[in-house]
Ligand binder design. Structure first.
Ligand SMILES: NC(=O)CC[C@H](N)C(=O)O
Length: 355
């Protein structure tokens, strides 16, 4: 057993047990996730790329890792901090334990840490850089190392055979967005955000802008093309996709102090007054005041801090959500958002071709 240290940007230190004898310090943006389950989805969700994730629930890993809940092929996080990581897995679907998975994939993790203390420190001081190391050592950079998602290859992949053709713009998409769309019986072509020009030729009936890591403003070079797409066919934005839609129409985004990451965030539908629980994972948020200069208007808000959770366009069939309707992990209360989107698609289909 070797000791290891988590050191935050301001020098605050937490001692624990290191997964191995770390030769080099591991640096990343530190964030906390409050769900009791869903660690497999969190570790493999590309939105977490490059981040060190603290799980606030004290026992992580007891149902192991299975073959069905990966949100991408590989772990995306830079490191993991837990109080207790189960040694063995107990679940009929488990194919390996969390500990073995993290070792196999060479993801550094620190256990025996008072994760609730770490969370309080993040809540007080905000999201910032942190280091996992064999010795106490401060982050070298004070800058958050956001990365724009690196797409692998420029191949456009098509899935399913439905009558409606949906383009899923991939900013670092979770598998479950594609899965839920396919379950609705549509055909989906995944287009990397670097290949937007391909959309004109595909002439889709609808477009979904996916989740993804980093600062939405990194998508600046793509915004004019995205605006053209949004003006051409019904669109749904999810998390980063929602933020990018806001930016494309001229609104602004800003950073929350410590973000929303968990599986029980209450969101209110401003049209119906209905509140539903959502899965969330974001640092950035659309600045509500900046909507004044656009034709976008809020349709959802977060019940806890009143932050903006969704947008609709005044006259275009454009809908977006800061939360994750595809869940994984978390409640499936917001799955109907896919139906609302597909209803817009079906209403528009035939009326007017993609322009
Ligand atoms: N899940 C996401 O798409 C995250 C969006 C963005 N990277 C944020 O942190 O706000």
């Amino acid at each position: 057993m070797q000791q290891g240290f988590l050191t935050l940007q301001d020098g605050q230190q937490f001692q624990g047990i290191a997964s191995e004898d770390w030769a080099d310090p591991i640096e990343g943006e530190i964030v906390f996730f409050t769900g009791m389950t869903g660690y497999q989805e969190v570790l493999t969700d590309p939105s977490y790329q490059g981040q060190i994730v603290v799980f606030t629930y004290p026992l992580i890993g007891n149902y192991g890792i299975n073959e069905e809940d990966f949100e991408s092929e590989l772990p995306q996080v830079k490191g993991v901090v837990m109080l207790h990581c189960a040694d063995t897995a107990s679940h009929y679907k488990a194919t390996t334990s969390l500990k073995d998975y993290l070792h196999d994939k060479r993801v550094p993790f620190l256990t025996a840490v008072d994760t609730r203390e770490v969370t309080k420190a993040i809540r007080t001081g905000g999201t910032r850089q942190a280091v996992l190391a064999a010795k106490p050592s401060k982050p070298v950079s004070t800058q958050i190392t956001n990365q724009i998602y690196q797409v692998k290859g420029a191949n456009l992949t098509s899935h399913g055979h439905g009558a409606e053709h949906i383009v899923l713009i991939d900013f670092g998409s979770k598998h479950s967005i594609l899965r839920h769309l396919l379950e609705k019986g549509v055909r989906v072509t995944v287009v990397p955000f670097t290949e937007l020009h391909a959309i004109d030729e595909l002439k889709p009936d609808g477009v979904v802008l996916s989740n993804g890591p980093g600062d939405p403003k990194d998508a600046a070079p793509y915004l004019s093309k995205i605006k053209h797409v949004l003006e051409s066919c019904p669109s749904l934005g999810i998390c980063l996709g929602h933020q990018v839609i806001a930016l494309a129409f001229g609104a602004n985004t800003e950073k929350l102090s410590f973000g929303h990451r968990g599986a029980n965030h209450p969101v209110k539908d401003l049209e119906t007054g209905r509140v539903f629980l959502t899965s969330q994972n974001h640092n950035y948020v659309v600045d509500e005041e900046s909507l004044a200069s656009t034709e976008l208007h809020p349709c959802f808000i977060h019940v806890n801090d009143q932050s903006l959770e969704g947008l609709k366009h005044g006259h275009l069939p454009v809908l977006s959500a800061q939360f994750h309707p595809e869940a994984n992990p978390g409640p499936e209360d917001a799955l109907w958002l896919f139906d609302d989107f597909l209803n817009m698609v079906r209403a528009k289909k035939g009326e007017k071709a993609y322009v």
